[in-house]
Design a protein around this ligand. Structure first.
Ligand SMILES: *Cc1c(COP(=O)(O)O)cnc(C)c1O
Length: 406
């Protein structure tokens, strides 16, 4: 069922052969280049949705295309029964660039979170406290769509019809350290938090909250797990968002931007936490295969290059200023501009999907989020010219919606 057809694109016929789990916009794309996507009907779009924060380096980045096609001509998949040199290299580079000592590779964000949850349970089990299995998460959080990760997220909509809920998750309000501390009990194993909630509506944790989480985890011997599936890989102008707070987790889930569009996920962890996962205790058939990790390495080549994150910070600040200006100018349409770097949100006064539809008409792709927010997740390679172009489209869309409402 299509509940929002923003524009009569005359696009794709809807087929019943695909399960009806998504509402889709009535457009399909034929090719992409950098920050732009070209629809099958010839229209050009500035892509500030990025396939939900995935195409971190834009479409068909030459270095990624080369890495993928080069690897495609050698070997695609061998399984983790054997050494995978590209996987080893990616692990070593991620370890060198972060708090982590070890990486486990999988294929999606949910699997990366799942690995961290299994790690937390086994960590306490191996340390003589098998009764510690509960995980504290935050309201508005999103961690994936498996049975365990919908329980971690606790969105009523995502849990509806999937009872019984996987046991062992306790939700507290996002940002409230007192309530979080009060939720710790003798069965608590870990805290799982997104430093910036994406699906929840671009809600950034404060530095004090993140530091407080580290302190609580240390005080009670809990694993602190960050879900940086969306806010990681340079999106905030640091390789990982938690770096802004000057603290580190014990484990972290990463996916989306790491593959730039190729499916890959990883759970990074300290030696102490990772030691819980011994041979045979966890695995993935596809995880860390040569194709995925060749692309992951190519993404890191770009993101870790000297000056790249400085660029993200500069263009991200510029983008933030432009959005704040738009919010001030159109208070009947936009209540607030939020976010960091190139992870931005507009909290709407009008229905967020009404603004998204207008933006599509104007040639700009964005993503809806909870809390009536429009998410803007441009590729990290954008330049000021594209910020200007997007700002002009958003400004015009807001003006049109304001005129409609008046
Ligand atoms: C997208 C997302 C996930 C789930 O990732 P999938 O690849 O869809 O399984 C988990 N956590 C966060 C923060 C996300 O944004």
């Amino acid at each position: 069922m299509l509940t929002h057809r923003p524009v009569p694109f005359g696009g794709q016929p809807v087929t019943a052969a695909v399960m009806a789990t998504y509402d889709r916009y009535d457009v399909a794309f034929e090719h992409g280049e950098g920050a732009y996507l070209y629809a099958t009907d010839g229209r050009r779009f500035l892509d500030f949705g990025g396939g939900v924060a995935v195409t971190s380096l834009g479409h068909c980045h030459p270095h990624l295309v080369e890495a993928l096609t080069d690897q495609a001509g050698r070997v695609w998949h061998t399984s983790n029964l054997y050494h995978i040199p590209q996987q080893q290299r990616l692990a070593e580079r991620l370890v060198a660039a972060t708090f982590a000592d070890r990486a486990f590779f999988c294929n999606s964000g949910a699997e990366a979170v799942e690995c961290s949850l299994k790690m937390a349970r086994r960590f306490h089990d191996r340390n003589g406290a098998p009764e510690r299995y509960r995980v504290i998460t935050c309201a508005g959080g999103f961690h994936g769509r498996t049975l365990a990760t919908i329980a971690a997220g606790a969105s009523a909509k995502m849990l509806d019809g999937f009872d019984p809920v996987v046991e062992g998750f306790d939700q507290v309000p996002f940002g409230n350290l007192n309530e979080l501390r009060a939720a710790v009990g003798p069965e608590t194993a870990a805290i799982l938090v997104e430093p910036i909630q994406g699906e929840g509506g671009i809600n950034a944790a404060t530095v004090d909250f993140l530091k407080g989480l580290r302190a609580v985890a240390d005080e009670f011997g809990l694993l602190l797990i960050f879900d940086e599936v969306q806010c990681g890989i340079g999106r905030t102008g640091r390789l990982f968002a938690h770096e802004w707070a000057g603290i580190a987790p014990d484990a972290m889930a990463v996916a989306k931007g790491l593959g730039g569009g190729f499916p890959i996920g990883t759970c990074l962890a300290t030696e102490e936490a990772a030691a819980a996962l011994t041979p045979g205790s966890h695995g993935s058939t596809f995880g860390g295969n040569p194709l995925a990790t060749a692309v992951g390495n190519a993404v890191l080549d770009v993101v870790l290059a000297e000056g790249f994150l400085d660029h993200v910070r500069a263009v991200g600040e510029d983008f933030g200023d432009r959005l704040a200006e738009i919010a001030r100018k159109h208070p009947d349409v936009v209540a607030e501009a939020r976010g960091f770097g190139l992870m931005r949100g507009l909290k709407c006064v009008v229905e967020n999907k009404a603004l998204i539809a207008r933006l599509i008409e104007g040639g700009l792709l964005s993503v809806p989020a909870a809390d009536n927010v429009v998410r803007l997740l441009p590729p990290l390679i954008i330049e000021t010219a594209q910020v200007d172009e997007a700002a002009a489209i958003i400004d015009a869309a807001c003006a049109a919606l304001a005129a409609e409402a008046a």
